[in-house]
Structure formats: structure tokens, C-alpha cells
Design a protein around this ligand. Structure first.
Ligand code: FAD
Ligand code: NAP
Length: 314
């Protein structure tokens, strides 16, 4: 049954930013409600080892996020499985509508909706999505045991996915549009030492090639960026790892954005252009996009929401 829930602080998103905001807002006795969204735990649930979360030399991404959820809940955050599909920031209390039918009203809101994988936008990519084309190696790598795989991209995600996929694949071809990777040195080092990985520099994916009955990938056509020469590479799986775009759908028409859709916040703050609306994590961060920086911003957002509410007690 449709119901309306009021909270002082509504947190939208359950990645490191959202859960950290939950911990801090709970400890400020604000009794926050956190709505998890379609991906409980956020982007780290799509990876394996995380080696740069302070205090853990190595931890599995999904395990870390379960721990963060438990921590937020133990501090007093009410965690709700729902997806916000509409957010009205025109007046306080703000109103958010969930797919469940629940309406949430709140005196302050913390936006922590993070980022989502980008796609190349090729018709053939779209055609084979879920049938050989994926953006999540941890989710789908297992299906390609003993097969040849293509990974597209040159950042941390592409390199990590290529390395991870060598656990299953007979060969991983990394297709990158330049001849230099932008990943961390330690990851590049591992990639170069891995005999199963073949980098193909200065190439872009031109087309995913496959069969219709049953629908499945048989290879890719790649184009040399300087000569225009097309080469066909056989593969059963194609993993697109070309970065992430901020998940700004709820606010892109009402809050200022920049650098491809990242929500603008005031310097050294998570305050947005609307008083009482705070934004944290990858949604606002075109620069660092790390779990630890997102968590840091979640902390800032909760502390700033606490101060805002104290100053605006009705
Ligand atoms: P996200 O983790 O993106 O979470 C966003 C949350 O918002 C999700 O829970 C989603 O369900 C929710 N949401 C979105 N829309 C709605 C809505 N409408 N209603 C309700 N909820 C919504 N960083 C590191 O520091 N170390 C690593 O080793 C590392 N590895 C990575 C590996 C991969 C494959 C990827 C993709 C990223 C990796 N990162 C790593 C980056 C890190 O995951 C992100 O910087 C971090 O998760 C961002 O946290 P966030 O809280 O801002 O958002
Ligand atoms: P990214 O750093 O933005 O890298 C995207 C890569 O894809 C770049 O190499 C880019 O090429 C390429 N690319 C972009 N658009 C393309 C297109 N249309 N066609 C072909 N290639 C394209 O993204 P990311 O690797 O997903 O990383 C996102 C953030 O998460 C980063 O801040 C990263 O540090 C973080 N992360 C961290 C870890 C870790 O700490 N271990 C792991 C994963 C992710 P160019 O290089 O030419 O621009």
C-alpha cells in the first residue's frame, strides 16, 4: 500500500558515499532513511579485490559493501530497498517518490547516486548486450571459460577487468584508442607481465560481429585510429570498460552540472545550489572517483546536513 514516510535526512544511494553519510547522520541522531537503489552497495559490488581501502590490504568489493551496510544499520540508519524515480526540490520539505509507491519527504537530502558504466553507442554493441557484450567482468566473466575475450578501454577498470578475465579466458585482447594506459602503474605492470593479455594499441571498436540464431558474439572489427585499417579479431565475449558517467537523472534539470554531468558543489563542501540539498561521491567527482574519496564526501554531506538542520529548525 502506498505510504508517506518523513525523515530529517533522506540519503539516496548505497555506495561508500551513501553508507558513510548514514553512519555520520545516525550518530548525529538524525535518524536518516537511506534508499539503496537498483545496485545495493554500488559500483564496488561489481569488482573483486580492492587494495586501496585503508585498513584492508585486500578486501573483496562486495564484502566491503556488506560491511558498510551493516555499519550504517548498526548506527541507526533505516535502509530501504527502493528506487527513487522522482525528486521534487522546489520546496521544503523535499519530496521523493519510490518505485515501491512510497513517498519520502525530508528536511534535507543527500544525493549519493554515484556513476554508471558508459557504452560506446554502437548499434552492434546494443544488439549483443547480454548476449556476449557486457560492462561487468565480475558478473559475466564466468560464462567465458576457455574462450577468447575482448576488453575495450585503457583506465583502471579496463586493466582490472582484463586481469580478472584471465582467470577464465584462454586469451584477452585489450583494445585501447591510444598507445598509453591511464591506469595505476601497479596495474599496468601486472597487465604487461600477464601472458594471456595482448594489448592492441591505437585501435577503436568498430563493430561487434556475431550470429543471430542463437544470438551470440563471434568477434569484433577494430579500426586503427591513424591508418583506418580494419582488423577482425575472433572472440566470444566483449567487455566495454570505457569509464563511468554520473547518475544525475533525478537532478540534472534543477542542479548545476559540469564536466559531462557531474553535480556542482561549493568549494570544499557538498552543498549544491539548493539549500538543504547535498551531493557526495562519484555524482559530483570528475577527478578522483575512488571509494575512499566518496566515503569522505559522504561524511562531509552528513555533517553539513546536520549543521543546516540545526540552523533551520522550524
Ligand atoms: P556508487 O558506488 O556508484 O553507488 C551509487 C549508489 O546509488 C548505488 O547504490 C545505486 O543503487 C544508487 N542509486 C542510483 N540511482 C538511484 C536512485 N534513483 N534511487 C536510489 N538509489 C540510487 N575505487 C577504489 O577506491 N578502489 C577500487 O579498487 C575500485 N575498483 C573499482 C572497480 C570497478 C569495476 C569500478 C566500476 C569502480 C571501482 N572503483 C574503485 C571506484 C568506486 O567504486 C567508486 O568511486 C565508488 O563506488 C563511488 O561511490 P558512490 O557512493 O559515489 O557511488
Ligand atoms: P576512466 O579512468 O575514465 O578511463 C576510461 C578509459 O576508456 C580511458 O582509457 C579512455 O581512453 C577510454 N575511453 C573513453 N571513452 C572511450 C570511447 N568512446 N572509445 C574508446 N575508449 C574510450 O574510467 P575507469 O577506468 O572506469 O575508472 C573510473 C574511475 O574509477 C577512475 O577514477 C578510477 O581510478 C576508478 N577506479 C579505481 C580502481 C582502483 O583504484 N583499483 C579500479 C577501477 C576504477 P583515454 O585514456 O584515451 O581517455
Amino acid at each position: 500500500m502506498a505510504e508517506t514516510r518523513h525523515t530529517k535526512v533522506l540519503i539516496i544511494g548505497s555506495g561508500p558515499a551513501g553508507y558513510t553519510a548514514g553512519v555520520y547522520a545516525s550518530r548525529a541522531m538524525l535518524e536518516p532513511i537511506l534508499v539503496q537503489g537498483i545496485e545495493p552497495g554500488g559500483q564496488l559490488t561489481t569488482t573483486t579485490e580492492v587494495e586501496n581501502w585503508p585498513g584492508d590490504t585486500e578486501v573483496q568489493g562486495p564484502e566491503l559493501m556488506v560491511r558498510m551496510e551493516e555499519h550504517a544499520r548498526a548506527m541507526g540508519t533505516e535502509i530501504i530497498s527502493d528506487i527513487i524515480n522522482d525528486l521534487d526540490l522546489s520546496k521544503r520539505p523535499f519530496t521523493a517518490k519510490g518505485d515501491s509507491g512510497t513517498t519520502y519527504t525530508c528536511d534535507a537530502v543527500i544525493l549519493a547516486t554515484g556513476a554508471r558504466a558508459k557504452w560506446l553507442g554502437l548499434p552492434s554493441e546494443d544488439k549483443f548486450k547480454g548476449f556476449g557484450v557486457s560492462a561487468c567482468a565480475t558478473c559475466d566473466g564466468f560464462f567465458y571459460r576457455g574462450q577468447e575475450i575482448i576488453v575495450v578501454g585503457g583506465g583502471n577498470t579496463a586493466v582490472e577487468e582484463a586481469l580478472f578475465l584471465t582467470n577464465f579466458a584462454s586469451k584477452v585482447t585489450l583494445v585501447h584508442r591510444r598507445d598509453e594506459l591511464r591506469a595505476e602503474k601497479i596495474l599496468i605492470d601486472r597487465l604487461m607481465k600477464n601472458e594471456k593479455i595482448v594489448p592492441v594499441w591505437d585501435h577503436v571498436l568498430e563493430e561487434v560481429v556475431g550470429e543471430d540464431n542463437p544470438l551470440g558474439v563471434t568477434g569484433v572489427k577494430v579500426k586503427h585510429v591513424k591508418t583506418g585499417e580494419i582488423t577482425e579479431i575472433p572472440a566470444k565475449g566483449v567487455f566495454v570498460a570505457i569509464g563511468h558517467a554520473p547518475a544525475n537523472e533525478l537532478v540534472k534539470d534543477v542542479l548545476e552540472t559540469h564536466m559531462g554531468g557531474y553535480v556542482v558543489t561549493k568549494p570544499d563542501s557538498t552543498e549544491t545550489s539548493i539549500p538543504g540539498v547535498f551531493a557526495a561521491g562519484d555524482l559530483t567527482d570528475h577527478k578522483y572517483r575512488q571509494a575512499v574519496t566518496s566515503a569522505g564526501m559522504g561524511c562531509m554531506a552528513a555533517l553539513e546536513a546536520e549543521r543546516f538542520l540545526a540552523e533551520h529548525e522550524d
